[in-house]
Design a protein around this ligand. Structure first.
Ligand code: MG
Length: 342
C-alpha cells in the first residue's frame, strides 16, 4: 500500500470560539490517501494541540513514516491498525486519518458502504446538533437565525455571561439545547450554573470541569437535574470504566480515539457500562464527518456539524434532512469531490 498526505485549508462561516481556546476564522486539516491495486481510500486528520500536543507537522511526519507499517494486505485491518497505534502513541489524529483511509479502502475493494461493513441500519441515524460558538448576544442571535433548520442546538458556554447568553437563545427558540462548557468551570461553580441553566430547558451538559476529576463529575451529577456528558475525559475505551456512575454519557470523536476501530470499541464498552454515546467531531470537513456518521446508528446523540461551519468544504458526503444524518450509499465512506465553481 502507498500513502500520501495533503494539508487542506478551510474558511469558517463565522469566527469560532470555545471556552479553552481563542477564536479562529480559518482552519486546516490533512487529507490522507492510501492506494492499493489502483483503488484509493481517503481519510482525514484534524490534530488538536489539546490532545498529546499534536500538530499538522507531526501528522505529516507520521504519514511519511507509516508506509512500511501498512503492509500489502488491507484486509488485515486489525494488525495494520495495531501496528500504527503502537508506533505513534502521541499522534491520535494522524492514526485516525490512516484508520479512516484504510476502512474506506477496504469497503471500496468490497464494494460496500461503510455502514454495511459494520452491519448497521442507515435508517437508525440520530439527528445532529448544530453548534453556536461563543460570541456576544447580538451575534449569537444572528447565528441562531441562520440555524433555524436545525432542531437541536449546541451552545458553547463556560465563559463569563454564559447564563445570559443561554437565556437570550431560549427566549428566541424552541429547539433542543445542549450546552458544552469545554472544561470551563470548577465543581461548585458548575453545580450553580447548571442548576441556573436548567431553567432554560437544556438536554445535557458536556464536560463541565477539567478532566480526571471523577469525584467532581459524580458530585455534579448528583447535585443537578441535567444529564452530564464526558468529552475531554473520554478519549479511548480505557477511560470509560472510571466514568461509569459519574456521568450519563460520553462523547466519542474519531480524532481522539485514533479512528473508527477504537470508536467502535468505545461504543461497545460504553453500552456495557450503561453509558449513552454521542458521536462528535473536531473541525473536520466532510471526509471525517461522513466516516463518523456511518457509526451513528449506534449512538443516542450526534454532534457532526463541523462540515456545516466551513464555507469551502471540498467534499460531498453525509447530508442532513430535518437534522437527521442521511448516509451516502456509495462504497466506502462515500465522499466525492465537489465540482469546483468558476
Ligand atoms: Mg465537547
Amino acid at each position: 500500500m502507498k500513502v500520501a498526505a495533503e494539508v487542506m485549508t478551510f474558511q469558517r462561516k463565522h469566527p469560532f470560539k470555545i471556552a479553552r481556546e481563542k477564536a479562529c476564522t480559518a482552519n486546516t486539516s490533512i487529507k490522507i490517501a492510501i492506494e492499493h491495486d489502483g483503488v484509493v481510500g481517503l481519510g482525514e486528520s484534524k490534530p488538536s494541540a489539546y490532545y498529546c500536543g499534536e500538530t499538522d507537522k507531526r501528522v505529516l511526519a507520521v504519514v511519511a513514516q507509516a508506509e512500511p507499517l501498512l503492509g500489502n494486505d488491507p484486509f488485515q485491518l486489525q494488525d495494520v491498525i495495531r501496528r500504527l497505534w503502537d508506533a505513534f502513541p502521541q499522534s491520535p489524529a494522524a492514526v485516525a486519518g490512516l484508520d479512516i483511509a484504510l476502512h474506506d479502502l477496504v469497503c471500496k475493494l468490497m464494494g460496500v458502504p461503510l455502514y454495511k461493513y459494520f452491519g448497521l441500519n442507515p435508517a437508525n441515524t440520530p439527528r445532529t446538533s448544530f453548534t453556536l460558538g461563543l460570541d456576544t448576544i447580538p451575534v449569537m442571535l444572528k447565528k441562531l437565525e441562520e440555524a433555524r433548520e436545525y432542531p437541536i442546538l449546541k451552545i458553547k458556554v463556560g465563559a463569563p455571561g454564559d447564563v445570559e447568553i443561554l437565556k437570550a437563545i431560549r427566549d428566541n427558540t424552541d429547539a433542543v439545547i445542549r450546552v458544552d462548557a469545554n472544561t470551563g468551570w470548577g465543581v461548585d461553580e458548575a453545580i450553580k450554573r447548571i442548576n441556573k441553566m436548567a431553567e432554560y430547558n437544556i438536554e445535557l451538559v458536556e464536560q463541565p470541569i477539567p478532566p480526571k476529576n471523577f469525584e467532581g463529575l459524580r458530585k455534579i451529577s448528583r447535585n443537578t437535574c441535567v444529564p452530564i456528558m464526558a468529552d475531554e475525559d473520554s478519549v479511548t475505551s480505557a477511560d470509560l470504566p472510571a466514568l461509569a456512575g459519574c456521568v450519563d454519557s460520553i462523547n466519542i470523536k474519531l480524532q481522539k480515539s485514533r479512528g473508527l476501530r477504537e470508536a467502535m470499541r468505545m461504543i461497545h464498552v460504553a453500552k456495557a457500562l450503561g453509558l449513552k454515546v454521542m458521536l462528535g467531531c473536531m473541525s473536520e470537513c466532510s471526509i471525517a464527518i461522513t466516516a463518523a456518521a456511518h457509526l451513528s446508528p449506534l449512538a443516542e446523540y450526534a454532534d457532526l456539524d463541523s462540515n456545516l461551519l466551513i464555507r469551502d468544504d471540498p467534499y460531498d458526503g453525509v447530508k442532513i434532512r430535518d437534522g437527521k444524518l442521511i448516509l451516502p450509499d456509495r462504497p466506502g465512506v462515500g465522499v466525492v469531490l465537489r465540482r469546483t465553481v468558476g
